[in-house]
Write a protein that binds this ligand. Sequence first.
Ligand code: SF4
Length: 354
Amino acid sequence: MSAPTKELLVVEDLRKWFPVRRSLADVLAGRERRYVRAVDGVSFTVVCSEVFCLVGESGCGKTTTGRLIVRALRPTSGKMLYRVSEEVLDALRALHVRLEGDSFVDLAGRFRGKADKLLRREVQMILQDPYGSLNPRQTIRDILEEPLIIHGIGGSRDERLELVVKALKDVKLTPPEEFLDRYPHQLSGGQRQRVNIARALLLKPKLIVADEPVSMLDVSIRAEILQLMLELRDVKNLTYVFITHDLAVANNICDRIAVMYLGKIVELGPATEVIRNPLHPYTKALIAAIPEPDPRKGRAIKEVPIKGEVPNAVNVPPGCRLHPRCPYAEERCRREEPELKDVGGGHLVACHLY
Ligand code: SF4
C-alpha cells in the first residue's frame, strides 16, 4: 500500500466529561458537581486509507472517542475536523453548512435535517457485539434495507434489494439469496459480523469506526473478518478507526497505533514501531502481557511492574495519570502532566523519561 498522506480526520483537544449525579446530601452541603472524565484532551490525525488504532484497557476512553466521532455522543469540548468527500461537499455548501478550510466540517457541531443525514452516511460504525446489534425479529433483508429507507437511497423495493444483494456479496455472504430471509439467530457469529459490516457499507461511508469488531468472535473467525476488512478498505477506499484492547490484533491490522490511558493518549506512532520499540511504561506493560505462543522464546519486552488497578476516571491523579502505578515515577511526575512529544519518525510519547 502506498503511504497515505491526506488527512481525513483531525481531532483536536477532544473532551467528553459525563456529570456524576449529585445526592441530596451533596446538594445541601454545596459540594461541587463531579465528572467522569472519559475523554480528556485527545488529539490525533487519521489519514486517508489508513487503519488507525485506538488501544487500551476498558475504561480508557477509546469507545467514547469512537462514539464521539460517529456523533452518537456530543463532545464537551474540542474539534473533530472531517474532510468531506467531493460528492457531499456541494450538497453541504448548498445547505449553507459551515466549512472549516476548503473541505472540512467540524463533527462536533450540530447538524440538522439533510446535512445531518449526509454526514452520518460518511462516517459509519461497526459495533462490537454481532449478537446484540442485529434486531432478532428482522430478517437480514429487512435489517439491511432499513438504512436505505431512512436515507432515501433506492427508489423502489427492487432497487434496494439490488443494493442489499451487492452488499452481501461484498462481505462474502454468498449466494446472497440464501441469507436474505434468514433471521440473525440462524447465522453464526462470523456471519452476523459480516452482516454488520454490510450494513455499514450500504451507505458508502468514507470513514468506519470499528469498535472491537472481532473481540466476541472465535479465534478461528477473527483472521477472516480482519482480512475482509482490509480487502474492503482497498476496494472501497475506506479508512478505519479501529478500537481494540488487544495489541496483538492491532499489530495485525493497523498502520498506526494510539495507546490510551485514563482518557488521554500516552503513546502514538507507526504500529511496528510502537510494538517493537514501546517507550511509555504503560505500553510496555500492555505488550509484555501479550501471551508468547512459543514458551521457549524469550520475551522481546521485559515485564513492567505496573501496580494496582486503573483509577476511577472521576478522581484522576494529578501530574502524570499513571504515576500511582508507575515503577519509574519521580517527584516531577506527581506534579506535572507530561505532554505528548515527538521523539522522531512520527513516534510520540507522553512521559517525563523522554
Ligand atoms: Fe511513569 Fe513519570 Fe513517565 Fe508517568 S511521566 S509514565 S509516572 S515515568
